[in-house]
Design a protein around this ligand. Structure first.
Ligand SMILES: NC(=O)c1ccc[n+]([C@@H]2O[C@H](COP(=O)([O-])OP(=O)(O)OC[C@H]3O[C@@H](n4cnc5c(N)ncnc54)[C@H](OP(=O)(O)O)[C@@H]3O)[C@@H](O)[C@H]2O)c1
Length: 295
């Protein structure tokens, strides 16, 4: 039995991670919501984690509103950097494996092909910089740590703090018959939280250490993601590709932050392509019939 504390347990990724650990079995799980632990308060992080003494701590908490991070850099660094440090210090005290979730936005997007774990980060916005600082603080603080970088998450819990996710925004607009304008010059690796959670479970089970890229395979532009969502759900709508310079966003986005893994086992750690994962998500949310439903 491995004991695991999941911080940010009610978030988009945390929800599926807790569920995956429960379903897999062999874990004593301590789901920690924001009400249970305040990562930006060192005393809170120490008190909570030292009282349960888990063998593994998964830190899924973050301030993920990328544009707001530009306006509130103090908050971004408080949650994403200092919060990660305080959790890491608490882990070091109880000798727990410290797992931190990070982001594709630690890269600048200029490589021209998917980034591996060996590529050098170079963030171009406050969010990415604050997450990279969190990564470095964890590495400096803990004897045993892993960092799982993921990207453009979609999962049934939605990104709590974003009030849903990109796919739900697309679906809600097309249902209302509103036209959609989506950027087609920014590429990412859309990732289903259920799939990411499966890889995280393996990393936890194997007590893995180091940096890992945990994303669905292939990657695409935001326009392609919207287009596939519309196609799968069968709605008809006016979908227009636009350039990012025509869409006002506070934070600069990396042009191509697709990730791939050079470290995860090709057979077991590499996840299905993003469009297959998208279809599974749409079925889970009952936007399309489940592939297993008899017609
Ligand atoms: N969402 C994406 O597209 C994306 C892409 C790449 C990487 N990531 C990374 O993936 C991880 C999970 O993201 P997500 O989409 O699941 O985010 P989320 O849905 O916003 O969940 C984050 C959770 O952390 C909690 N939390 C926030 N600040 C906290 C604090 N100071 N102390 C304790 N708990 C706190 C939040 O609670 P409240 O809501 O109550 O504050 C929320 O339940 C993050 O590390 C993020 O950087 C996300």
């Amino acid at each position: 039995m491995i004991s695991v504390a999941v911080i940010g347990s009610r978030g988009q990724l945390g929800t599926d991670l807790v569920e995956t650990l429960e379903k897999t079995g062999g874990y004593e799980i301590f789901p920690l919501s924001h009400g249970d632990i305040e990562c930006t308060d060192e005393a809170s992080a120490r008190k909570v984690l030292s009282s349960i003494k888990p063998q593994v701590v998964m830190n899924c908490a973050a301030f993920v509103r990328v544009d707001e991070c530009e306006d509130s850099p103090e908050k971004a660094f408080r949650v994403n950097s200092l919060g990660a440090l305080y959790v890491a210090r608490a882990c070091a005290e109880i000798d727990a494996l410290c797992g931190l979730i990070s982001t594709d936005y630690v890269f600048d997007g200029e490589k021209g092909e998917p980034y591996t774990e060996d590529d050098r980060p170079h963030p171009i916005n406050v969010y990415g910089t604050s997450k990279l600082a969190g990564e470095e603080l964890v590495q400096q603080t803990c004897r045993r740590w892993f960092i799982a970088r993921t990207a453009s998450l979609f999962g049934k819990a939605g990104a709590q703090s974003k009030g849903g996710n990109f796919l739900e925004t697309v679906i809600s607009k097309v249902k209302k018959g509103e036209p959609l304008r989506v950027v087609d010059d920014i590429r990412t690796s859309p990732t289903y939280t259920r799939d990411a959670a499966m890889v995280l479970e393996t990393l936890i089970r194997n007590q893995s250490t180091g940096i890992f890229h945990v994303v669905n395979d292939k990657g695409c532009s935001w326009f392609e993601l919207a287009e596939k969502t519309v196609q799968f759900t069968g709605f008809s709508c006016k979908l227009e590709p636009i350039r990012s310079e025509d869409y006002s966003m506070k934070a600069r986005r990396p042009r191509d932050s697709r990730l791939t893994s050079a470290r995860l086992d090709r057979a077991k750690g590499h996840l299905r392509p993003w469009d297959e994962a998208l279809l599974a998500y749409l079925a889970e949310k009952r936007h399309v019939a489940s592939p297993n439903t008899a017609s």
